[in-house]
Design a binder for this molecule. Structure first.
Ligand code: SDX
Length: 432
């Protein structure tokens, strides 16, 4: 028996059976290698939404949706969230191992000293309306970084890729905070090197020049943990967007801007904002039954935001940690009786006991509780997906670098099942 058994495919109109090798992973499902399928059969596979398709080989993140498992380079998300910090997780995702003391100090220094943005980027903001959605600003400004940092756009130079990676991880919080300050008409706040990553972000968001800003260590720890929970998640839509953009050789700033654009959708990273809007529209626990009924009615067009997941058919492990963090933050802020939390927990209870959700294995995902915490911390709803983008930048960067270093990598170019018109001749206007 060969190490990796093959599959044999009998294809209509193809005289001899096609042998397709299988490839095992270190964890999770094997893959059927179909790279020669079209050459040998003249047929494509058909998989809209890629529900059964592995787009690449990766060593970064493993998800077992049935068991509710999420590992980053083998480490369970629950352990990283409880015992590590976001800078260590960034290093782990990018390098494959947790940093030792020297490596961590060097990495944190590299990120810290890239947090400022080119001063002309500040004037860039003044082209936007004050009421622009901050995700629109993020897409524009992050894409424009390629116009300022020409010395880190050559994707074939590992050193330039590393500098661009550090710049993006470091500058995303600065740009995000600038987008918020611009929207509320307050002056931009410079990063301060004495703060750690999460503290720096909070002070750039919430400090004002008129008084000294005191970072609340519990909120900073919660912020850091929220960044960890959002850092990477295998080949999700926005990560696949970054990989596809990167496969053409586009510069890292353009690729991350593409990821931000994709994350914005309410089916993806925009769900945290959509969850809070949904909870505010529901208003009170006595309307939960009606909402769950609507979510089960295909004709309603309504879905329970923050519920369901393409991969998790069990509780999203991040949602569990997020719910614990939610309770901690609300306790610290004296908002334990936050009506939205009580409403969310009532909604979760009803949904998890409902046959529809049980049968379809719809559980709360990472977005279900995050909005409640972020609102309690003082972030406006429009900033929720921006925070997701800040945290996910390291995942996009790690996956983008892995793709570029993958020897089997080539430009992504899917095919299609064509069901349009057959070949026909042009008809002049007077004959139509
Ligand atoms: C994120 O991919 C990632 O890893 C993403 C993410 C990450 O970290 O990158 O985890 C972050 O995007 C989390 C998901 C946030 N989105 C939402 O909370 C929006 C609400 N959820 C859904 O729209 C939906 O669950 C998706 C988009 C998340 C997943 O959709 P799928 O896998 O394509 O599943 P589907 O749409 O085929 O649904 C399967 C069935 C359908 O019913 P049937 O047609 O089979 O009868 O479940 C139903 C759906 O109608 N369904 C829901 C539902 N989600 C799915 N019904 C009611 N409410 C929901 N939320």
């Amino acid at each position: 028996m060969s190490a990796n058994p093959s599959a044999t495919l009998n294809v209509p109109e193809v005289s001899k059976p096609v042998t397709l090798p299988t490839m095992p992973g270190s964890l999770g499902p094997k893959v059927l290698d179909i790279r020669k399928l079209y050459a040998e059969t003249g047929m494509f596979t058909y998989d809209p939404g890629f529900t059964s398709t592995a787009s690449c080989e990766s060593k970064i993140t493993f998800i077992d949706g049935d068991e509710g498992v999420l590992l980053h380079r083998g480490y369970p998300i629950e352990e990283l969230a409880q015992k590590s910090d976001f800078m260590e997780v960034c290093y782990l995702l990018m390098n494959g191992e947790l940093p030792n003391k020297v490596e961590k100090t060097e990495f944190v220094k590299n990120i810290t000293y890239h947090t400022m943005v080119h001063e002309q980027i500040s004037s860039f903001f003044h082209g936007f309306r004050r009421d622009a959605h901050p995700m629109a600003v993020m897409v524009g400004v992050v894409g424009a970084l390629a116009a300022f940092y020409h010395d880190s756009t050559d994707i074939n130079d590992p050193h330039q890729r590393l500098i661009a990676s550090h710049r993006l991880i470091a500058k995303m919080p600065t740009i995000a905070a600038m987008a918020y300050k611009y929207s509320v008409g307050q002056p931009f706040v410079f990063p301060q090197n004495r703060f750690d990553y999460a503290e720096n972000f909070l002070q750039m968001m919430f400090s004002v020049p008129c008084e000294e800003y005191k970072v609340n260590p519990i909120l900073a720890k919660a912020m850091d943990r929220i960044f960890i929970l959002h850092a990477d998640h295998e080949q999700n839509a926005s990560t696949s967007t970054v990989r596809l953009a990167g496969s053409s050789g586009a510069n890292p700033f353009a690729c991350i801007a593409a990821g931000i654009a994709c994350l914005w959708g309410p089916a993806h990273g925009g769900a945290n904002e959509a969850v809070l809007k949904m909870l505010e529209e529901i208003g009170s626990p006595d309307k939960v039954g009606e909402v769950v009924k609507a979510a089960k009615d295909k004709n309603s067009g309504f879905r329970l935001m923050g519920f369901g997941h393409r991969v998790y058919k069990n509780y999203d492990p991040r949602a569990k940690v997020m719910r614990e963090t939610c309770n901690e933050v609300l306790d610290v802020l004296g908002k334990r009786d936050e009506p939205l939390l009580k409403l969310a927990m009532a909604l979760e209870k009803v949904a998890l006991e409902d046959d529809y959700f049980v049968q379809k294995k719809l559980y709360p995902n990472v977005d279900f509780y995050s909005g409640i915490i972020l609102k309690a911390m003082g972030f406006p709803m429009s900033m929720f997906t921006v925070l997701f983008a800040v945290a996910r930048t390291v995942g996009w960067i790690a996956q983008w670098n892995e793709m570029i270093e993958d020897p089997s990598q080539k430009i992504g170019r899917p095919r299609q099942l064509y069901t349009g018109a057959g070949k026909r001749s042009f008809v002049s206007l007077d004959k139509r």
